[in-house]
Write a protein that binds this ligand. Structure first.
Ligand SMILES: Cc1cc2nc3c(=O)[nH]c(=O)nc-3n(C[C@H](O)[C@H](O)[C@H](O)COP(=O)(O)OP(=O)(O)OC[C@H]3O[C@@H](n4cnc5c(N)ncnc54)[C@H](O)[C@@H]3O)c2cc1C
Length: 442
């Protein structure tokens, strides 16, 4: 059974020209389009499938500052407050609940690391606390497990992925953006070395500015234009349970499962950090960039050869603009979920919360998560192609930071003062030999 997704109307006719063309209707592209349209910038958003249909509606819905890379903290701090004000800003419910986020562990080294993180976060006005056994138990009265400790951020929360991105894109449309679903961007034509036109499967749009927010597809789009963007994708799996009594209200991450309450009275259940890593040409192309990450995560990753459903996603980067592109071959990336993995997670969830014993799998789905070598996104212009910007590489935590990431991209594109210092998100680090490492253990 598929995951849920609200659908929104499209604009049939492409505009002849636009100030900005946004490629990709996920949380990053939709949020950028919203902020551009709000400022009176003419913007066309292109989505090869349906707005929100890939990662942005398949995630767990955690909107957390907790455990973030230090460089991301100012942006995600803004983003969580944007989530809190989203219903008022866009005039639509996005399922926001300030539920708090709790990570738990029995590992002393992990707790010590959380302690250091929380200390730093405090200097950035993020109030997270490392809790002991009794304090964790008080937050989890329905749990049969005891934990040595945990990391808790009461001001974090969740939103509903099936609703949020369509609602943001619809709000952008009401502000004047045009939204073109079922319309893949095949590539860019240049004049004097700069962006001049976007070629789509339905015609062309003249523009001087493009934002590519194509999620897992961004590296291939960039490759066609001679732009190096190390990015790899991992297949993740999620399940939603049938309705059960509320056993935990906050968003919880344990070593064996993660969960959060849904609007329908069930739980989203999944396994943090687990996934299947398809061995593809990109895996070899970017092996050096990702080696430290692969080593750190090898215990939780399954390697898999023969990724038949990913063929288009990992196409070579060479195609003509007047013929169907790989983006048209897969309208929506919809890999099958890893059911044995999910069944194990559900069993651990039920063992941990006996009152949820009746929980069954209502639906389950797979998704490709794109990652960057340091697990921090790129939100920046690409100097080798004037007029071309990227917002991607959210590395499994782009939903929570997405509203502010889109706003930052809109700021950079329109020359407005940036919402935060954009330095941590600079593109140059991908090509200048910077030592890229994920924030270990968080
Ligand atoms: C299982 C799972 C759990 C997650 N849990 C969380 C969580 O709890 N909290 C959190 O913050 N994050 C979470 N994430 C991560 C989060 O979902 C992503 O980081 C975020 O949604 C990425 O948004 P995006 O807009 O960059 O990409 P996407 O949502 O993938 O959107 C990119 C869009 O671009 C379109 N596109 C690509 N190329 C073209 C083209 N050439 N022409 C037209 N359209 C194109 C695609 O069709 C797609 O719709 C999770 C992700 C997964 C998969």
């Amino acid at each position: 059974m598929r995951h849920l997704l609200d659908t929104i109307p499209s604009d049939d006719a492409l505009p002849a020209s636009a100030d900005v063309v946004v490629i990709g209707g996920g949380i990053a592209g939709a949020s950028a389009a919203y902020w551009l349209a709000r400022r009176g910038v003419s913007v066309a958003l292109l989505e090869k499938g349906l707005v929100g249909a890939e990662q942005s509606s398949r995630n767990w819905g955690f909107c957390r500052k907790q455990g973030r890379d230090h460089g991301e903290i100012p942006l995600v701090r803004e983003s969580v407050e944007m989530w809190a004000g989203m219903a008022e800003e866009i005039g639509a419910d996005v399922g926001w609940v300030r539920s708090g986020v709790l990570f738990v562990s029995n590992d002393e080294a992990q707790l010590a690391q959380w302690e250091r993180w929380a200390e730093y976060a405090g200097t950035q006005q993020v109030h997270s606390h490392v809790l002991g056994t009794a304090e964790v138990a008080a937050l989890l009265p329905g749990s049969s497990q005891t934990w040595r400790g945990g990391l808790h951020t009461p001001s974090d929360g969740r939103a509903e992925p099936s609703k949020a991105v369509p609602a943001i894109a619809a709000a952008a449309r009401r502000r004047g953006a045009t939204i073109h679903q079922g319309c893949a961007a095949r590539g860019i034509e240049t004049e004097a070395g700069a962006v001049a036109m976007v070629v789509t499967e339905k015609g062309t749009i003249r523009t001087r500015t493009v934002l590519c927010a194509g999620g897992a597809w961004t590296t291939m789009f960039c490759r066609r234009h001679g732009i190096r963007l190390p990015q790899l994708s991992v297949r993740a799996s999620v399940l939603e349970t049938t309705a059960v009594p509320e056993v935990v209200g906050l968003n919880l991450s344990t070593p064996g499962f993660s969960c959060r309450r849904t609007l329908d009275g069930g739980y989203i259940v999944a396994m943090s950090g687990t996934g299947t890593f398809p061995i593809t040409p990109d895996a070899f192309r970017y092996l050096g960039d990702f080696w430290p990450t692969l080593l750190a995560r090898r215990a939780k990753l399954k390697l898999r050869l023969g990724p038949e459903f990913f063929t288009a996603l990992f196409a070579s980067g060479k195609w003509a603009l007047d013929a169907a592109s790989p983006f048209e071959a897969v309208r929506v990336l919809n890999p099958p979920p890893d059911l044995p993995l999910l069944e194990g997670g559900l069993a651990r969830f039920k063992a941990s919360f006996p009152a949820a014993e009746s929980a069954r799998i209502e639906r389950s789905w797979g998704s490709m998560i794109e990652t960057s070598p340091d697990a921090v996104p790129v939100i920046d212009a690409v100097p080798s192609l004037p007029g071309f910007f990227i917002a991607t590489g959210f590395s499994g935590h782009g939903f929570g930071i997405g509203p502010a990431a889109g706003r930052l991209a809109a700021d950079l594109l329109s020359g407005a003062p940036p919402i935060v210092d954009p330095t941590p998100f600079r593109y140059a680090r991908m090509v200048d030999g910077s030592r890229l490492r994920p924030n270990a253990g968080l």
